[in-house]
Design a protein. Structure first.
Ligand SMILES: [Zn+2]
Length: 231
């Protein structure tokens, strides 16, 4: 992902994209939240033009929806789109798991151990945002270590969209990923048993999708400044 020339503008746009993506992934900004340019400019100390470019980029990724005369808001994926995102995740995460060799697992063992410890710590506590972040981080970690940056980039987008989908359609408010399923995937990958790791991953994704009630919902207004504070 190294491009020869990275300008200050590109870096700044990426910073805004990252903060907004993070806020959306962590449910600080829920689906349907209006993204008022002036508020983002003020809260993130950013240039208006950079904010506009960042919002356009997020719109291309389907994370933000821009409507003529109404401005930008956090996307509200339809039930159909939700199913499509899960179908795409099954394909992408299967390919990711397939690419992770025992050698990679060995090289990355400290990073993986650190993540699994953070995940256990999060799920044994009650801070929902931290739980959501850590569970999602597991999937992103596999994407990051698999050695294929295209798969990793596609997954990063699908994970933010999954987060929107969970915010809209999850039946209960309890985070969905079970940590022991994650551990089973790790154990299988360490043993070089890709077939087992793929089977557990696909079953895991099926379960996540099964926890959703794929009907249309409406969400209340959220204070943008509060949601972005401290990121
Ligand atoms: Zn999971």
């Amino acid at each position: 992902m190294s491009s020869p020339i990275v300008t200050a503008k590109q870096l700044e746009v990426q910073r805004i994209v990252d903060v907004l993506s993070k806020a959306i992934a962590q449910h600080r900004l829920r689906p349907g939240t209006r993204l008022v340019e002036a508020q983002i400019v003020e809260t993130l100390q950013a240039n208006r033009n950079h904010v506009q470019v960042a919002l356009q980029r997020l719109a291309m990724q389907r994370i933000v929806t821009i409507e003529a005369n109404r401005g930008a808001m956090v996307s509200q994926p339809s039930a159909q789109e939700a199913r499509e995102v899960f179908t795409a995740r099954r394909a992408i995460e299967r390919a990711i798991v397939e690419s992770i060799t025992p050698t990679i697992m060995h090289k990355q063992r400290e990073r993986i151990a650190r993540h699994m410890a953070n995940e256990r710590k999060a799920t044994s506590a009650t801070d929902r945002r931290v739980i959501v972040r850590e569970l999602s981080e597991f999937h992103l970690l596999l994407g990051n270590i698999c050695g294929n940056s295209v798969l990793s980039e596609i997954l990063a987008n699908l994970m933010v969209r999954s987060s929107l989908i969970v915010a809209l359609y999850q039946r209960n408010d309890v985070p969905s990923c079970a940590s022991d399923e994650h551990q089973h995937i790790i154990t299988a990958l360490e043993a070089g048993d890709q077939a087992k790791a793929i089977a557990v991953m696909l079953e895991h994704l099926d379960e996540l999708e099964a926890q959703l009630t794929l009907e249309d919902t409406v969400t209340p207004e959220v204070n943008l400044k509060d949601a972005l504070a401290g990121l």
